[in-house]
Write a protein that binds this ligand. Sequence first.
Ligand code: SAM
Length: 273
Amino acid sequence: TDHSGVGFPAMVNADADYSGRPSSARIYDALLGGNHNFEVDREAAKRLLSMIPAAGEMARANRAFLNRAVRFLLDAGVRQFLDIGSGIPTVGNVHEIAQSREPGARVVYVDIDPVAVAHAGEILRDNPLATAVQADMRFPQAILDHAEVRKLIDLDRPVGLLLVSMLHFVPDDDAFVAVDRLREALPAGSYVVVSHGVSETPADAAGEGVAQLYQRTDVSTATGRSRDQILRFFGDAELVPPGLVWVNEWPDGPQDDAEPCDMAVVAAIGRKS
Ligand code: SAM
């Protein structure tokens, strides 16, 4: 389905009680030991850990990769970041890393989860160069046309597009169409950063249970993809060394004690020319 160019669906009801159903953003926050989550999210995180004991380690390794990726992009001269599926703000947010080195760096956070966006908005209240927008990445044109995105991101200058540990929550066709659209909107010299749950690992056995768990959340799906499928998200963008590797091995081998096979998450960065 080509959703590009279509407006936002009505997603947020200001009066809704979000504590009733777990959300992927808050499950992840619970895994990281954050406190922006509800009982239902903690229960879901517990069940996830019973199926994938390394899930907490994976979340932390993913977060550490995000940190290294942002520093790599800063070294490459990128000063604007579009972080989609940014999650609930936690240690090492993109704007903190970027603006501590480059005070003029601009960051737009995008997430489907209203709780994540509300917390980000709170943190960024006094930060004129960073903002948080609630949007569904399956509607990429609405993100590109969003007034806040237009205000902070200059699409004539290189952008770091971050899709970190989020595309496995977006079903197949929608994810490919949307990422193609976003990537095409960026100028040469832009970078695409992806980390993604990979099927083909020992976690596969748990895959069915994990998919069922996420069926009851806001995102309704969690699908690992094969490495070949994950590479499709980069289109013509050329992968920078070392290519697509376990998330804790980017860019130069294991960054911690985790076993690569426990990771079940791979990562890569592509440069658009
Ligand atoms: N990127 C952060 C990181 O790596 O630390 C957070 C990753 S968290 C596991 C996944 C995030 O993707 C959640 O905050 C969830 O709400 C968001 N998400 C899932 N589907 C989305 C969609 N269709 N559009 C925007 N955000 C989405």
